[in-house]
Structure formats: C-alpha cells, structure tokens
Write a protein that binds this ligand. Sequence first.
Ligand SMILES: *[C@@H]1O[C@H](CO)[C@@H](O)[C@H](O)[C@H]1NC(C)=O
Ligand SMILES: *[C@@H]1O[C@H](CO)[C@@H](O)[C@H](O)[C@H]1NC(C)=O
Ligand SMILES: *[C@@H]1O[C@H](CO)[C@@H](O)[C@H](O)[C@H]1NC(C)=O
Ligand SMILES: *[C@@H]1O[C@H](CO)[C@@H](O)[C@H](O)[C@H]1NC(C)=O
Ligand SMILES: *[C@@H]1O[C@H](CO)[C@@H](O)[C@H](O)[C@H]1NC(C)=O
Ligand SMILES: *[C@@H]1O[C@H](CO)[C@@H](O)[C@H](O)[C@H]1NC(C)=O
Ligand SMILES: *[C@@H]1O[C@H](CO)[C@@H](O)[C@H](O)[C@H]1NC(C)=O
Length: 513
Amino acid sequence: MNKTYARNSLKMTIDVVRAVRQKIVAVCRKLGIGMCLRTVLLIFCLTFFWVQLHMSDVSDNETIQILAKPDGLLDANDSMLQLVPQRLHKYLVALPQRDRPHQAILPGNASEQVPATVNVTELRKLIDQQNSKQVVFNEDVYGPLQNDSLVIVIQVHTRIMYLRHTIVSLARARGIENALLIFSHDHYDEQINELIQMIDFCKTMQIFYPYSIQTHPDSFPGESPDDCPRDIPKSEAIKRKCINAMHPDQYGHYREAKFTQTKHHWWWKANRVFNELDVVNNYSGPILFLEDDHYVAEDFIYMLKLMEKSCSIVCPQCSILSLGTYLKTYNFYGEAKKDILRVIRRQQIFAAELTPPSWSFKIVPSFSHYDKAEISQWISSKHNMGMAYNRTVWKQIVKCAGTFCKYDDYNWDWSLQGVSNNCLSHEFKVFVLKAPRVFHIGECGVHHKKSCFDMALIAKVQKLLSSVYKYLYPDKLEVTYAPIKKKVLRKGNGGWGDVRDHELCMRMVNHQW
Ligand SMILES: *[C@@H]1O[C@H](CO)[C@@H](O)[C@H](O)[C@H]1NC(C)=O
Ligand SMILES: *[C@@H]1O[C@H](CO)[C@@H](O)[C@H](O)[C@H]1NC(C)=O
Ligand SMILES: *[C@@H]1O[C@H](CO)[C@@H](O)[C@H](O)[C@H]1NC(C)=O
Ligand SMILES: *[C@@H]1O[C@H](CO)[C@@H](O)[C@H](O)[C@H]1NC(C)=O
Ligand SMILES: *[C@@H]1O[C@H](CO)[C@@H](O)[C@H](O)[C@H]1NC(C)=O
Ligand SMILES: *[C@@H]1O[C@H](CO)[C@@H](O)[C@H](O)[C@H]1NC(C)=O
Ligand SMILES: *[C@@H]1O[C@H](CO)[C@@H](O)[C@H](O)[C@H]1NC(C)=O
C-alpha cells in the first residue's frame, strides 16, 4: 500500500512538473523570451496567491501552528499520552512496559523482531482452529449484529505501534459500540492478539490468512529454494530449471513472496468475510475496509451513514463509498489551468485571484469542505483508503475474479482498477468525502530502512481533528461532481506473473482455499 502510494504520488508529481514545463515551453515559443519570463513570474505569483487563499481556509490559528511544526519526535510534554484520554492508555502501552510508558509508544521494539522460532506445523493447526471457531468477542455485551450496524475489516501485518493508534481512534468514534471489528492477520503474533483481546468498546473478531509467509517459510506461497531469483533473465532461469522459469511478469521479473502476500491477503479476507463468516451471513449493509495504519475521525461512522443515505438519492450508481483521500497530494485541475493560461495571455493579472487553482499541494483539507462529498470515477490511487461497499458490489467483483487474479500487478487496488476498467459493464463510481475521515499514519513505514514511527504525524492528525471539531457531524452533505476523465488503460505494475499466484487467488473464491 505504501509502495503504491509513494509511487503514485511521485508519478503525479513528475506528471505535474512535466505538464507545467511543457506548457511553459509552449507558451515561451509563442511569446518570446521577455514574455516568457513574465509568464513564469506570474505562474509563481498565482501559485503563491492560491496557497494563501487555501491557507486562509484554515480558519484556526492552532492548526497553522500544528502544520508549522517540523516532523520529528515530540517533546515530552507534548506526549501522545496527553492527547489520549486516560481510559484508552491501555491500548498504547504494552503490559510489560506499563512502568515506562514513554518507552512503549516510542519507536523501537515493534513486533517485527519476534524471533521466528515458532513451530510451523503447530502454528498452522492453531490458525485452522481459530478460523473454524469464528469466535466473536464481546457479543454478550453488545448484542448480535444488525443490518444497521457496521462491519469494519482491518488488514493487519506486523506493525503493532500503528495498530495501537488505529484502535485508539476507533475507540473514540461515536457509534462504535454497534460495530463489529474484524481483524484479518497475515502474521500470528501474541502481542497483537493480546492487544486485540483487550478491546472492550465493541464486538471484535480475528481471522487469520492461512497462506502466509509465516506459515510457509520455505514453500509456496512463501519463498522456496526452487524459485527463480527476481532478477535473472528468462533464458538463464530456463537453464537453471527453477520452478517458475516460464512465468516472469511482464517486465521480466520473477515473483517476490512478500509483495504478492498483500494482494492475496486482501482478496482472501474479502472472500472470507462476505462468503464464509456466519456472523456476517445475514448482514446486508456496507463493509468498511481499513488497514492497521489508518486513523479514523470521531464522526466516521456518522459520516458513512450520512453518505449511504445521501448516496441512495444522488448517486444510486455509486458502488463504493470512500471516507477520504490522502493528504499531502497534488491536486491538478486541467481545465482550470487552461483558464489561467488564458488569463495570462490576456494579461488580466488582477482577475487572477478569481481563477480557481491550477495546481496545488493539498496540505490539509480545507475546513469549508467538511460537509462536501464528490461523485467521481473510482481511481485506485486516490480512493483506496477507507473504502466501503456491500455484498451486491462484492458479487460483481467476484464475477471478475479472473481479471483480478490474472492482472499482472501485485497491488490489490490496481488490480481492482483492472476489474473496473476491463471487466465490469460500467466502471466503478465512488462517492468520496472531500475532507477525509480516515488518515494514513504509517506513511514512512515500508520504504524507510530506519525505524521512523512518526509520532508527530499522529499527534498532528489528532490535533487537527480536535481543532476542526465544530465542523464534524454536518447535518447534510453538499455534493459535487468530479470531471470525467478519459479511461486510462494501464499495463499494471508487474510482480504478478506467476501462474501459481493466479491459481491460489482463484481458489480463494468460494471456499476452495
Ligand atoms: C488568530 O490569532 C489572532 C492573534 O494571534 C487573533 O486576533 C485571531 O482572532 C485568531 N483567529 C482565530 C480564528 O482564532
Ligand atoms: C513540561 O511542563 C512542565 C510544567 O508544565 C515544565 O516545568 C517543564 O519544563 C516542561 N518540559 C518541557 C520539556 O517542555
Ligand atoms: C528493545 O529490546 C531490547 C532487548 O529486549 C532492549 O534492550 C531495548 O532497550 C529495547 N528498546 C526499546 C526502545 O524498547
Ligand atoms: C512441531 O510440532 C509437531 C507436533 O506437535 C511435532 O511433531 C514436530 O516435531 C515439531 N517440529 C519441530 C521442528 O519442533
Ligand atoms: C438484513 O436485511 C436482509 C435483507 O433486507 C434480511 O434478509 C436479513 O435477515 C437482515 N438481517 C438482519 C440481521 O436483520
Ligand atoms: C441468519 O438468518 C437465518 C434465517 O433467518 C437464521 O436462521 C440464522 O440464525 C441467522 N444467522 C445469524 C448469525 O444471525
Ligand atoms: C448495495 O450497494 C448498491 C450500490 O451502492 C446499492 O444499489 C444496493 O441497493 C445496496 N444493496 C443493499 C442490500 O443495500
């Protein structure tokens, strides 16, 4: 997920820079050097104006201070524990560390470092048992699942430090007592299990992905000694007679287990929840999909209900609800930019302030947007966070299992884009909130070699949410339409060429795993 996001935002940045440069070059050719300099200056000024304009939306002084604070660890008085109510501290502080609370929430001994001395046979047995029991915790307290409850599925890997904060944010959400939280694990970890079993604010359940690398350390779907190394040429692979020699991806690389696992897990989890869990069997409402490094706003359940209601009226063709997009991403309004260039050509400098932005950094959601939602095409890189859809939609996706499972991309969201573009009769439409209610707090998780658990980012999100408190729980949604873009046919990012992956993925449909 992180990888996709980083690549996409990088790509978007490059696209934007390239597009701007091409425009500038084109304008320069037309107008000559002197004019060109003026144009560049003007674009700079317009950008500046726009950022000013945007920042003035941030009507709260405190928020600006939050944004001005450099990332990095917080000072002791600004500590995370002070931002979190006392009753929720138990989720942040690991049991053996209760006497040293700061140690617990600082980076360091995440559960990745648990030694791999587990007995794999035992582990598989344990996972099978737990999966077949389908225990729902706290059902005695909160009662059975109703159609107007909410099912939330959280895909969990190993990053317990983020999961702690995800849980805290869920605990603070209004209406959470009616929800069922399903945690889907691809790594069995006692610490994580303990943490989840501590949850007492709603019903919970744990499911375990049975084809993990952890339970298959030296055979498929993990890595086996007979696998071809990622980077050898096909001819060399054939000579070596390694097992998947005939099936590199479209870029000539062989599979890497740790990258294929995320897509398998996503697919398995959705199949498992919709088709096989007894507790969800009679439930017809939306299911919300989160990850272990998502932080939710207090009103996210309220907003989801509001979206559901409003969607049935304004956009019955929208099949996916999305609680938000990424922060710190580019906004690129192609049409608006043309307007600006037109303005520039006419040299109507003073009209410039009235022109909508041509491009911008989206720093924080503008607070005037807290009651706005947008109807748009579903775009994997923008709308993959906090997605909710119901069984009807899931059935459509499953009908396209072949497309999903054979699409040469190891990212589930790009594969779903493939389904949307190439298999469905109408591509997915999404109903998305303009000011997100789900935040990605694990931004620097995967690619940074160093441990960079970013408490400042988490604190920032918390402070942002408390500073916009009065904008939460809007009475109604104001709906806008995103411009329809041309369908972009993409080849996929590769990493998914191995027929064994295709077959495993297909077997997960209808309980054949
Ligand atoms: C922002 O701060 C200034 C002075 O520091 C104050 O006059 C103004 O009222 C504040 N605005 C808001 C919205 O709090
Ligand atoms: C934290 O706050 C206390 C009292 O509020 C103050 O004495 C102390 O200097 C502060 N420490 C830091 C690191 O800001
Ligand atoms: C991590 O674990 C090691 C050994 O258990 C311990 O010495 C070290 O202090 C721990 N570090 C943190 C940040 O908890
Ligand atoms: C793992 O557990 C099984 C069953 O309890 C046992 O037969 C096997 O020898 C164990 N393997 C290892 C490597 O300890
Ligand atoms: C939910 O609604 C569906 C169809 O409307 C119904 O078949 C099902 O029994 C309901 N389930 C619950 C738990 O109320
Ligand atoms: C689902 O509905 C059926 C028929 O109404 C009922 O027999 C069954 O107990 C329900 N299952 C759950 C988990 O509520
Ligand atoms: C599921 O979602 C689709 C698309 O939003 C909607 O048309 C349909 O009515 C929903 N089904 C149920 C049972 O709520």
